[in-house]
Design a protein around this ligand. Structure first.
Ligand code: M6R
Length: 495
């Protein structure tokens, strides 16, 4: 039979193809053979579970370039696209590789390669507590996950950081000789994970003195990027299953770059592709809007930046202070979470707006981008983030009487500049909501949220928290489904 080319997501062609092979087969294991033959014809990515009325106790499962896990416990087996989906049933998982095929019964599982030779697979025990994938008294997963951040940051720091000692990344081996040869570092990811990369770029560059490029995975993979064996490519993905990020990683490997994956999910696809993996320990993130993954990613990347700088022998004086500030983060996040009424009240005043703009400079601009994404994805309010200095190059034309502008002002070295940009929008009638760790004259603004100070390089881990809450409360005011916004999936496993 000729190869069939599927365009789009015409999955219904697959059962027809399986049926074609099934009809022509006379063997007892005809169901398994039919699915395997069909899979050999398929082009592109897929993850399938197949049932057949002639084999009521059997399910055949196969995948290629799409995630699929099998959970197992006493006389019960489960199939899902990711671990959190079935975590409340089991902690024992088989992680399926491409071109493997599985025969699943209620109480037994057989794994085969695509020549239908039986193979053995190891069970992976996932340490996540089942209750960590429940709401635990919170009305939504998103709010629960926002409130988990003191702990998820603490867990991500773990034993990597102790005062007076070098940061510990014994789980990856990056030598001084290698780092001295690195010509640039790429941070590649999508959405919020990409914003984590943007937020850490200044720190990584300044501590390591190596150029850092942050790229969107879907652009990187088609850009023909200038990378070689002296380029270090770091891929960030909470789920570890984002199709574009995985494809970008494969491209970097083809170009002989060293690759590091940063993921929150043990054994996820990205971790199996990369040369090295380091994990954020945020626990399962269920809400589509990513919150605790971002702060955990920035924390881990900050530690990694220090590790590289210490390995290179750079900038030791500032590093000691940043280390102290990293250890103080969980408590400072908690103090923000203990005072949310002001944020909730401002959200209740502006939830009906059509447009909300975010402004910031430098590292604050990276938080503006993340805050704007959070707001638009769960509130459906149009929102954009601008580097404050860019206002007069176009965006200021959008500012009119009554419009809401959120300013982020944490970096003392550019505070006056940002204040002057915010003044420009106030003059044109904007309502302003400011997130800052500075002592500003509150009378100038409609609302000022004061957050604790920290080293400017890690300030996004604190300044993002009120803005996650702002997006959350706006979505609640509008009566929307905070955890499952329209048109979005938690893991984007297709292009
Ligand atoms: O699982 P990943 O970190 O690879 O996901 C990347 C993006 O799809 C994700 O961050 C998305 O932008 C979030 N919904 C944002 O809240």
């Amino acid at each position: 039979m000729d190869t069939i080319l599927f365009l789009g997501t015409d999955t219904e062609v697959i059962p027809n193809l399986i049926h074609y092979y099934y009809k022509n087969s006379k063997d007892n294991d005809s169901f398994l053979k039919a699915v395997n033959s069909a899979c050999k014809d398929l082009k592109g990515s897929y993850a399938i579970e197949v049932i057949c009325k002639d084999f009521p106790d059997t399910m055949i499962v196969a995948k290629k370039d799409s995630p699929l896990v099998i959970g197992t416990c006493n006389n019960e087996n489960y199939v899902a696209s990711d671990i959190p989906a079935i975590l409340s049933y089991t902690k024992n998982f088989y992680l399926l590789e491409d071109n493997e095929i599985v025969e699943l019964y209620k109480d037994k599982i057989h794994f085969y390669n695509n020549n239908l030779e039986e193979i053995k697979k190891e069970i992976k025990n996932i340490e996540w507590d089942a209750t960590s994938s429940e709401k635990a008294g919170f009305p939504d997963y998103m709010l629960k996950e926002i409130y988990e951040q003191p702990n998820s940051v603490r867990e991500t720091i773990g034993s990597r950081l102790k005062i007076g000692e070098k940061v510990n990344f014994d789980d990856i081996y990056i030598s001084k000789e290698y780092l001295e040869k690195v010509n640039k570092i790429y941070l590649v990811a999508c959405g919020t994970a990409m914003h984590a990369g943007l937020s850490i770029k200044p720190m990584l560059e300044q501590l390591c003195k190596i150029p850092v490029i942050v790229d969107v995975a879907s652009e990187f993979r088609y850009r023909n990027p200038l990378i070689d064996s002296n380029t270090l490519c770091i891929f960030i993905s909470q789920s570890g299953e984002t199709a574009d990020t995985i494809a970008a990683l494969k491209l970097a490997k083809l170009n002989n770059s060293k690759t590091i994956a940063i993921s929150n999910v043990i054994g996820s696809s990205i971790t199996r592709e990369a040369d090295y993996t380091i994990y954020t320990h945020a626990g399962p993130e269920i809400a589509v809007a990513s919150t605790k993954a971002y702060t955990a990613q920035v924390t881990l990347l900050a530690l990694l930046s220090i590790y590289f700088a210490e390995t290179l022998g750079n900038d030791v004086e500032r590093i000691e202070n940043i280390k102290k500030e990293i250890l103080a983060l969980p408590e400072k996040i908690q103090s923000i979470l203990d005072n949310v009424s002001q944020i909730e009240s401002f959200a209740s005043k502006v939830y009906n707006e059509h447009d909300i703009f975010f402004l910031g400079r430098g590292i604050d601009y990276t938080v503006a981008l993340e805050a704007s994404l959070k707001l638009k994805e769960i509130s459906y309010i149009h929102s954009d983030a601008y580097a404050a200095g860019e206002l007069k190059h176009g965006p200021i034309a959008l500012i009119e009487n009554g419009i809401t502008v959120i300013g982020i002002i944490t970096d003392p070295s550019i505070i006056e500049k940002t204040i002057s940009n915010i003044q420009e929008v106030i003059t044109r009638g904007a309502k302003t909501f400011i997130v800052t760790n500075q002592n500003l004259n509150n009378d100038n603004y409609n609302e000022v949220i004061k957050i604790p100070s920290t080293d400017a390089m890690i300030s996004p881990i604190l300044s993002v928290i009120p803005l996650q809450l702002f997006a959350y409360y706006i979505s609640k005011e509008k009566g929307l489904d905070v955890d499952k916004p329209r048109n979005l999936a938690k893991s984007v496993t297709v292009e």
